[in-house]
Design a binder for this molecule. Structure first.
Ligand SMILES: [Fe+2]
Length: 338
């Protein structure tokens, strides 16, 4: 089986330069997920169906702009987003088509677009990670909202809004606690010396190296760090789990079929595959994400990873979070620059 063509996204690339060549490759996935995280699933799909997958990776927002620019003559067939936010924007611009996959029947409704234009395939949880040499397990912060306490001054790190989950996290807080509260919270973190890094990979490394004691990130970065260096002195906290507390936000990776794509049938088959146990398990294992299907096997349980239903989840839907993402970016983007 030949490896599929990998096309790195270069915004300077003109449409005419890459268009015809890619169209000849057939089924095209625009993925905001990094290639290595979905590679296993793509390889198996190609083996089983003999349908060739061409992958174009990039930031969710950049891919969404490309989809919009190409709307008269779409070059992509399927969009994989890292949260529902950008996917919802595409839906509202009429750039997606509905598809209700038979494989999505068991999926909780909140992980499906009400009109069937996108579907959640795996999930990630917003957590706190900490350096166990710098913070005793018993003293680790139990709440995102404790991080404005002076005892964490200068010890905190988070990724910029270049990471959609940073945007989604603040959108979840805004949905549940209001805009004023969220603005005050971010101001409090900044006043407490919050350091902003480019991305979540830098966050996990900085915490593992002890450059910062506490990081706000997604649960799978904890597992990725331990895979890279099993001796890393890091711990994980599912925050805000007490009575009356907000719970930890959960985001779904989303799959959406692009309107006017040339290979609708193949794109639908791929969505089915990503939702079937075999394909979905490869995504969960490849990405260290959590399954959205009840009863599906978790990865990282022995390291303290929790699945849906095992922790208190922030009571916001994917659509509620998506609704507020643009506002969060406008209001707070400038405060969270590396
Ligand atoms: Fe990530």
């Amino acid at each position: 089986m030949s490896r599929p063509l990998l096309v790195s996204l270069a915004l300077s690339l003109s449409l005419t330069a890459w268009g015809p060549a890619l169209a000849a490759q057939g089924f095209v996935v625009y993925s905001a997920r990094k290639e290595e995280l979905i590679r296993l699933a793509i390889d198996l799909f190609q083996q089983e169906t003999a349908i060739k997958v061409t992958l174009l990776t990039g930031k969710a927002g950049e891919l969404a702009r490309r989809i919009e620019i190409e709307k008269e003559d779409p070059r992509g067939d399927l969009f994989l987003g890292t949260t529902a936010g950008v996917t919802e924007l595409l839906r509202r611009k009429g750039l997606l088509v509905s598809y209700s996959s038979p494989s999505a029947r068991e999926l909780p409704e909140e992980f499906k677009a009400p009109d069937g234009t996108w579907v959640g395939i795996t999930g990630r949880v917003r957590v706190i990670i900490y350096n166990r040499n710098l913070v005793k397990d018993a003293d680790a912060p139990r709440s995102f909202f404790d991080l404005t306490d002076p005892k964490w001054r200068g010890k905190l790190v988070v990724a910029s809004m270049g990471e959609r989950t940073t945007v989604g996290h603040l959108a979840a807080i805004m949905a549940l606690k209001g805009e004023e509260f969220t603005a005050r919270y971010i101001r409090g973190l900044k006043d407490n010396g919050l350091r902003v890094l480019n991305n979540n990979t830098e966050v996990r490394k900085a915490v593992a190296l002890g450059e910062y004691a506490v990081g706000i990130t997604n649960h799978y970065y904890y597992l990725i760090q331990l895979r890279e260096n099993p001796a890393s002195p890091i711990g994980i906290i599912y925050p805000d789990q007490g009575p009356g507390e907000m719970g930890a936000p959960v985001y779904s990776i989303t799959a959406a079929i692009i309107k006017g794509g040339k290979n609708l049938g193949a794109a639908k088959k791929f969505v089915d595959f990503l939702l079937q146990p075999k394909g979905n398990r490869l995504l969960v294992e490849g990405e260290f994400e959590i399954p959205l299907f009840p009863g599906a096997r978790l990865v990282g349980e022995e390291r303290g990873i929790l699945g849906l239903g095992q922790f208190k989840k922030a009571p916001v839907t994917q659509v509620q979070v998506a609704d507020l993402e643009s506002r969060v970016e406008r209001l707070f983007g400038a405060l969270l620059i590396p």
